[in-house]
Design a protein around this ligand. Structure first.
Ligand code: F6R
Length: 238
């Protein structure tokens, strides 16, 4: 576990991505949206523009997308990734994968996404944020968690938290398509990032817990053999 300022945490994660990239220029990178990784993406853009880091051979898979929002919707995760990262580095369009929020057949879309990840050789490094309720990707606390990519009903807590990106809470989609816990756990390396006081309670629970539980989906990560947890000071209350 590493602790520091948000800037330091972001640089550290970006450096870990750079290290992987040096070892494997065609690495498969799993990406998250939301507020937490913004600093990492900013630093990756800087590394590209100022230090010539080359992203032309990487492939990315995003964790999730809202059901019903197309690529051009300003609140879709596809749109976010374009604006925040992809438009500013030299990744190739054909190497970007995000679930289709407008798919005609969502069962097929879930299968297609998992098949694609396998076909590309699996995720080398997965970046994760954590929800205040312990969700990872959109795997919400529940009795059962899905192994593969699936459709989930967002909890009221997540809808509430994510409404900050929408004009009103009514506009937040109630359903999302998300990578499952199994797909995440199959990543060779995982970095879980947490920033802000709002994450302090869940991080304390997670780090002090001696058990795994589907009530805290992130707790399953504790079984992963190559997990790095990067916390900013504000998210740390042990
Ligand atoms: C986003 C995602 C979510 C977020 C989590 C934290 O793709 O999968 O699990 O990582 O909700 O969001 P922020 O970073 O906005 O606090």
């Amino acid at each position: 576990m590493v602790k520091g300022s948000y800037e330091l945490a972001s640089k550290l994660v970006a450096d870990m991505i750079r290290d992987e990239l040096e070892k494997k220029p065609n690495m498969i990178l799993g990406l998250a949206t939301g507020s937490t990784p913004l600093g990492v993406y900013k630093e990756l853009i800087r590394l590209h523009k100022e230090e010539g880091v080359d992203f032309s051979n990487i492939t990315t898979f995003n964790l999730d997308e809202y059901v019903g929002l197309g690529k051009d919707h300003p609140q879709s995760y596809y749109y976010y990734m374009r604006n925040i990262l992809f438009n500013h580095i030299n990744i190739r369009e054909e190497n970007i994968f995000i679930q289709d929020g407008k798919a005609e057949d969502f069962n097929r879309e879930c299968e297609r996404y998992d098949e694609l990840i396998k076909e590309k050789g699996g995720i080398d490094l997965q970046i994760l944020g954590i929800g205040e309720n312990g969700h990872i990707a959109f795997n919400e606390p529940a009795d059962k968690l899905s192994v593969g990519t699936c459709i989930v009903q967002l909890t009221d807590s997540t809808i509430n938290v994510n409404s900050r990106f929408f004009d009103s809470i009514e506009e937040v989609p109630k359903t999302a398509i998300t990578m499952g816990i199994g797909s995440i756990m199959q990543a060779k390396k995982i970095i879980l990032m947490a920033d802000g006081e709002k994450k302090a309670d869940i991080m304390k629970k997670l780090l002090e817990s001696k058990y795994i539980s589907t009530d805290i989906p992130a707790s399953l990560l504790l079984l992963h053999q190559d997990l790095t947890i990067v916390l900013t000071r504000s998210a740390y209350k042990l």
